[in-house]
Design a protein around this ligand. Structure first.
Ligand SMILES: CC(C)(COP(=O)(O)OP(=O)(O)OC[C@H]1O[C@@H](n2cnc3c(N)ncnc32)[C@H](O)[C@@H]1OP(=O)(O)O)[C@@H](O)C(=O)NCCC(=O)NCCS
Length: 161
Protein backbone atom coordinates (compact mmCIF):
# COMPACT_ATOMS: atom_id res chain seq x y z
CA UNK A 1 0.00 0.00 0.00
CA UNK A 2 1.54 3.30 -1.03
CA UNK A 3 0.91 6.72 0.38
CA UNK A 4 1.28 10.12 -1.22
CA UNK A 5 3.56 12.35 0.89
CA UNK A 6 2.95 15.27 -1.42
CA UNK A 7 2.22 15.71 -5.12
CA UNK A 8 5.76 14.69 -6.07
CA UNK A 9 6.72 12.05 -3.52
CA UNK A 10 5.18 8.65 -2.84
CA UNK A 11 6.12 6.30 0.00
CA UNK A 12 5.61 2.55 0.16
CA UNK A 13 7.00 -0.38 2.11
CA UNK A 14 10.30 -1.70 0.75
CA UNK A 15 10.26 -5.29 -0.56
CA UNK A 16 13.00 -7.72 -1.60
CA UNK A 17 12.28 -6.69 -5.21
CA UNK A 18 13.51 -3.17 -4.37
CA UNK A 19 16.89 -4.35 -3.09
CA UNK A 20 18.85 -4.02 -6.39
CA UNK A 21 17.69 -0.38 -6.84
CA UNK A 22 18.20 0.39 -3.14
CA UNK A 23 21.71 -1.09 -3.17
CA UNK A 24 22.59 0.80 -6.34
CA UNK A 25 21.79 4.06 -4.50
CA UNK A 26 23.41 2.91 -1.24
CA UNK A 27 26.69 2.20 -3.04
CA UNK A 28 26.75 5.62 -4.69
CA UNK A 29 25.58 7.61 -1.66
CA UNK A 30 27.92 6.25 1.03
CA UNK A 31 31.69 5.92 1.17
CA UNK A 32 31.18 2.80 3.29
CA UNK A 33 27.82 1.39 2.15
CA UNK A 34 25.81 -1.32 3.85
CA UNK A 35 26.14 -4.74 2.28
CA UNK A 36 23.14 -6.36 0.51
CA UNK A 37 23.04 -8.81 3.44
CA UNK A 38 22.56 -6.01 6.00
CA UNK A 39 19.80 -4.48 3.87
CA UNK A 40 18.06 -7.85 3.42
CA UNK A 41 18.31 -8.57 7.17
CA UNK A 42 16.49 -5.29 7.87
CA UNK A 43 13.56 -6.61 5.84
CA UNK A 44 13.74 -10.09 7.37
CA UNK A 45 13.74 -8.94 10.99
CA UNK A 46 10.74 -6.73 10.34
CA UNK A 47 12.25 -3.28 10.59
CA UNK A 48 10.11 -0.57 9.05
CA UNK A 49 11.72 -0.17 5.63
CA UNK A 50 10.37 2.45 3.25
CA UNK A 51 11.13 3.48 -0.30
CA UNK A 52 10.25 6.85 -1.79
CA UNK A 53 9.36 7.30 -5.44
CA UNK A 54 9.00 10.28 -7.71
CA UNK A 55 7.69 9.92 -11.24
CA UNK A 56 8.00 6.14 -10.97
CA UNK A 57 11.69 6.31 -9.97
CA UNK A 58 13.08 5.29 -6.62
CA UNK A 59 14.82 8.35 -5.21
CA UNK A 60 15.43 7.37 -1.60
CA UNK A 61 14.73 5.09 1.31
CA UNK A 62 14.51 5.04 5.07
CA UNK A 63 14.85 2.29 7.65
CA UNK A 64 13.45 2.46 11.14
CA UNK A 65 13.51 0.04 14.05
CA UNK A 66 10.91 0.61 16.73
CA UNK A 67 10.93 -0.70 20.30
CA UNK A 68 7.31 -0.24 21.20
CA UNK A 69 7.86 -1.49 24.79
CA UNK A 70 10.14 1.45 25.59
CA UNK A 71 8.54 3.82 23.07
CA UNK A 72 11.76 4.48 21.17
CA UNK A 73 12.50 4.31 17.49
CA UNK A 74 15.88 4.34 15.82
CA UNK A 75 16.46 5.68 12.32
CA UNK A 76 19.04 3.26 10.95
CA UNK A 77 19.30 4.59 7.39
CA UNK A 78 18.01 7.65 5.54
CA UNK A 79 19.26 8.13 2.03
CA UNK A 80 18.46 10.20 -1.05
CA UNK A 81 20.07 9.25 -4.37
CA UNK A 82 22.95 11.66 -5.14
CA UNK A 83 21.29 13.33 -8.16
CA UNK A 84 18.19 14.20 -6.09
CA UNK A 85 19.98 15.54 -3.00
CA UNK A 86 19.61 19.14 -1.89
CA UNK A 87 16.02 19.45 -3.15
CA UNK A 88 14.14 18.90 0.09
CA UNK A 89 13.55 15.16 -0.24
CA UNK A 90 15.75 14.23 2.72
CA UNK A 91 13.74 16.53 4.97
CA UNK A 92 10.44 15.07 3.73
CA UNK A 93 11.68 11.50 4.21
CA UNK A 94 12.83 12.38 7.73
CA UNK A 95 9.40 13.87 8.50
CA UNK A 96 7.74 10.72 7.20
CA UNK A 97 9.94 8.54 9.43
CA UNK A 98 9.11 10.74 12.43
CA UNK A 99 5.39 10.42 11.66
CA UNK A 100 5.75 6.64 11.37
CA UNK A 101 7.54 6.57 14.73
CA UNK A 102 4.68 8.47 16.29
CA UNK A 103 2.14 6.19 14.65
CA UNK A 104 3.97 3.20 16.16
CA UNK A 105 3.59 4.72 19.61
CA UNK A 106 7.15 5.98 20.04
CA UNK A 107 7.92 9.17 21.94
CA UNK A 108 11.66 9.31 21.33
CA UNK A 109 13.57 8.99 18.06
CA UNK A 110 17.29 8.20 18.05
CA UNK A 111 19.84 8.20 15.25
CA UNK A 112 23.57 8.38 14.66
CA UNK A 113 25.55 10.52 12.25
CA UNK A 114 29.18 10.70 11.28
CA UNK A 115 30.97 13.91 12.36
CA UNK A 116 32.20 14.01 8.73
CA UNK A 117 28.60 14.33 7.44
CA UNK A 118 27.70 18.02 7.95
CA UNK A 119 24.69 17.85 5.59
CA UNK A 120 23.01 15.14 7.67
CA UNK A 121 23.93 16.87 10.95
CA UNK A 122 22.46 20.13 9.73
CA UNK A 123 19.27 18.40 8.62
CA UNK A 124 18.84 16.62 11.98
CA UNK A 125 19.58 19.72 14.06
CA UNK A 126 17.16 21.80 11.99
CA UNK A 127 14.48 19.16 12.62
CA UNK A 128 15.03 19.60 16.37
CA UNK A 129 17.37 16.70 17.12
CA UNK A 130 19.88 17.30 19.92
CA UNK A 131 23.17 15.53 20.39
CA UNK A 132 22.98 13.27 23.46
CA UNK A 133 26.22 11.31 23.13
CA UNK A 134 29.12 10.08 21.10
CA UNK A 135 30.01 6.49 20.31
CA UNK A 136 33.77 6.11 19.97
CA UNK A 137 35.08 4.50 16.77
CA UNK A 138 31.56 3.35 15.81
CA UNK A 139 31.71 3.63 12.02
CA UNK A 140 34.16 2.01 9.64
CA UNK A 141 35.92 4.37 7.22
CA UNK A 142 38.09 3.46 4.21
CA UNK A 143 41.14 3.97 6.45
CA UNK A 144 40.01 3.07 9.98
CA UNK A 145 37.18 4.06 12.30
CA UNK A 146 35.14 7.18 12.97
CA UNK A 147 33.06 8.21 16.01
CA UNK A 148 29.26 8.45 15.80
CA UNK A 149 27.33 11.42 17.12
CA UNK A 150 24.13 10.21 18.78
CA UNK A 151 21.07 12.43 18.34
CA UNK A 152 17.62 12.26 19.93
CA UNK A 153 14.30 13.98 19.31
CA UNK A 154 11.33 13.93 21.67
CA UNK A 155 8.22 13.61 19.46
CA UNK A 156 5.68 13.18 22.26
CA UNK A 157 4.07 16.52 21.49
CA UNK A 158 4.53 16.31 17.71
CA UNK A 159 1.92 15.47 15.07
CA UNK A 160 -1.00 15.90 17.44
CA UNK A 161 -4.18 17.15 15.80
C1 LIG B 1 21.72 13.56 4.30
C2 LIG B 1 20.63 13.49 3.22
C3 LIG B 1 19.61 12.43 3.61
C4 LIG B 1 19.93 14.86 3.17
O1 LIG B 1 18.92 14.80 2.18
P1 LIG B 1 18.78 15.94 1.06
O2 LIG B 1 17.61 15.63 0.23
O3 LIG B 1 20.09 16.10 0.38
O4 LIG B 1 18.53 17.22 1.99
P2 LIG B 1 17.39 18.34 1.82
O5 LIG B 1 17.46 18.93 0.46
O6 LIG B 1 16.10 17.78 2.29
O7 LIG B 1 17.90 19.43 2.85
C5 LIG B 1 17.59 19.29 4.21
C6 LIG B 1 18.62 20.05 5.03
O8 LIG B 1 19.88 19.41 4.93
C7 LIG B 1 20.90 20.41 4.97
N1 LIG B 1 21.59 20.43 3.69
C8 LIG B 1 21.16 19.92 2.52
N2 LIG B 1 22.12 20.09 1.58
C9 LIG B 1 23.15 20.71 2.19
C10 LIG B 1 24.45 21.13 1.78
N3 LIG B 1 24.88 20.95 0.53
N4 LIG B 1 25.26 21.70 2.69
C11 LIG B 1 24.85 21.86 3.97
N5 LIG B 1 23.64 21.48 4.44
C12 LIG B 1 22.81 20.92 3.55
C13 LIG B 1 20.20 21.73 5.22
O9 LIG B 1 20.03 21.91 6.61
C14 LIG B 1 18.86 21.47 4.56
O10 LIG B 1 17.87 22.30 5.06
P3 LIG B 1 17.61 23.74 4.36
O11 LIG B 1 17.46 23.49 2.90
O12 LIG B 1 16.36 24.22 5.01
O13 LIG B 1 18.83 24.56 4.68
C15 LIG B 1 21.21 13.20 1.83
O14 LIG B 1 22.14 14.20 1.49
C16 LIG B 1 21.84 11.83 1.68
O15 LIG B 1 21.14 10.87 1.38
N6 LIG B 1 23.17 11.72 1.88
C17 LIG B 1 23.86 10.44 1.71
C18 LIG B 1 23.43 9.43 2.75
C19 LIG B 1 23.56 10.00 4.14
O16 LIG B 1 24.59 10.58 4.50
N7 LIG B 1 22.52 9.76 4.96
C20 LIG B 1 22.49 10.20 6.34
C21 LIG B 1 23.17 9.21 7.20
S1 LIG B 1 23.26 9.79 8.91
Amino acid sequence: MSEVIDSSLLSRAMTEADLPAVMEIEQRAYVVPWTPGIMRDCLRVGYHCWVYERGGELIGYGILSASMDVGESHILNLCVRPESQGRGFGRRILEHLLEQSKRLGCHLVLLEARPSNPVAIRLYRSAGFEQIGRRKRYYPTPTGREDALVFALDISAAFSA
